[in-house]
Design a protein around this ligand. Structure first.
Ligand SMILES: *Cc1c(COP(=O)(O)O)cnc(C)c1O
Length: 378
């Protein structure tokens, strides 16, 4: 019996337990402690910019606090890339605000700068300037940073980068997560590195990091007793979890290399299969961690649909998954405005994410290759 090949599964490096043992030995099992500070410093130095990182309980929590710090509240509007995971958009609803969804452009599959500007102009004409823009680096591919930020600056709207999938990716050599007013990272179980569950908010100033930590630890005022002037959250990362993160940071470069090698494997595999394109960096400005490798299948040219391939993989216990279903097509967001055409819809229709883990073996790749060749009659 062959074992299941996962889309993306946790891959420990080996030193994670050392940090956890340290936490036990020094009785830093309580939340906060040296691993949290250490993990934050590791992340800030990896991102290689003057940024301040707050370790949190989840990427979703990071996005939520970023929205709060951008002043988003009840009745506001926030622009969000439609082609993404629901966690990009849910925190907008937590604030009682309305998401305004925007289509993708075909090169990076991320927010289209032209549709973004149309959306902003139309929302302003209708009476509300959007309070923030959530742009996503989907599957690790940086969005069109220069163009998107030029539009945001023109209308003076802060950008929150959803870099949950993009730790290790760069645009023109600068790390994803460091371009916006805030950048959200995730260390969920399936991400490029994991703490089993966790996230971080990348902040541009020390003051905004301090504010993030304050809000994430129940918003306690300075007083000997428990005193609160604001609503707080329990969103901080624990010292045990951060220990896993410190171990994972030691192998992050290797993880990026391995995911990029998987992407190259798919390039080679599909090179002479008509009607299949592997998701690729549009120019040398873009460097993707290739968290997930994905393909688009033109069913007419290929004679195969993405669903044919997905089911064939499934029969052999190989996990693959359609791309994110765009938010403007989700029942829960049916009432939200949407701007753009059908790029995201087409991507959803024809796209498939393929096994991309850094821990896949040669044997796994042989099984994938054999299946692909059988399905496409090669
Ligand atoms: C994983 C993910 C998140 C949420 O991160 P969690 O740590 O799971 O809360 C947000 N946005 C995107 C695009 C993601 O892939």
């Amino acid at each position: 019996m062959s074992t299941k090949i996962w889309l993306s599964s946790p891959h420990m490096g080996g030193t994670e337990l050392k940090y956890i043992h340290e936490a036990f030995d020094t009785n830093w099992v309580a939340p906060l402690g040296p691993n949290v500070n250490g993990f934050e410093e590791d992340l800030a130095s990896y991102l290689n910019q003057e940024v301040y990182v707050a370790a949190l309980s989840a990427g979703t929590a990071a996005l939520h606090l970023a929205l709060i710090e951008c002043g988003v509240s009840h009745g506001d509007e926030v622009i969000c890339q439609s082609m993404t995971f629901s966690a990009s958009a849910n925190p907008i609803a937590y604030q009682g605000a309305t998401p305004v969804f925007v289509d993708s452009e075909p090169e990076t599959w991320n927010i289209c700068p032209i549709a973004l500007e149309e959306a902003i102009q139309d929302r302003i004409a209708k009476g509300k300037t959007p309070k923030a823009i959530i742009a996503v680096h989907l599957y690790g591919m940086p969005y069109q940073v220069d163009q998107v930020h030029a539009v945001a600056e023109k209308y003076n709207i802060p950008v929150i980068e959803d870099a949950a999938e993009a730790l290790g990716s760069t645009y023109k050599g600068q790390a994803a997560g460091t371009f916006g007013k805030f950048g959200a990272l995730s260390f969920n179980g399936n991400k490029i590195i994991t703490t089993s569950g966790g996230g971080a908010l990348v902040c541009q100033t020390k003051a905004s990091k301090d504010r993030t930590v304050f809000l994430a630890t129940q918003a306690r005022d300075h007083a000997p007793h428990y005193q609160h002037s604001e609503i707080g959250f329990n969103y901080r990362m624990s010292n045990i979890t951060a220990g896993i993160g410190r171990g994972q940071m030691e192998v992050l470069d290797q993880r990026v290399e391995a995911r990029r090698a998987m992407n190259q494997f798919y390039h080679n595999l599909f090179a002479d299969i008509d009607g299949v394109t592997v998701f690729s960096e549009p120019s040398p400005d873009f460097y993707s961690n290739h968290w997930l490798s994905a393909i688009l299948i033109d069913p007419v040219l290929a004679g195969v649909t993405r669903e044919d391939l997905r089911l064939a993989f499934l029969a052999d216990d190989i996990e693959s998954r359609p791309l994110w279903k765009p938010m403007h097509m989700q029942p829960v967001f049916a009432d939200s405005p949407y701007y753009g055409g059908n790029v995201a819809e087409q991507l959803f229709e024809n796209g498939l994410c393929l096994p991309s883990g850094s821990n896949l073996s040669d044997e796994d790749r042989e099984r994938i290759e054999a299946k692909v060749k059988a399905v496409f009659g090669k």
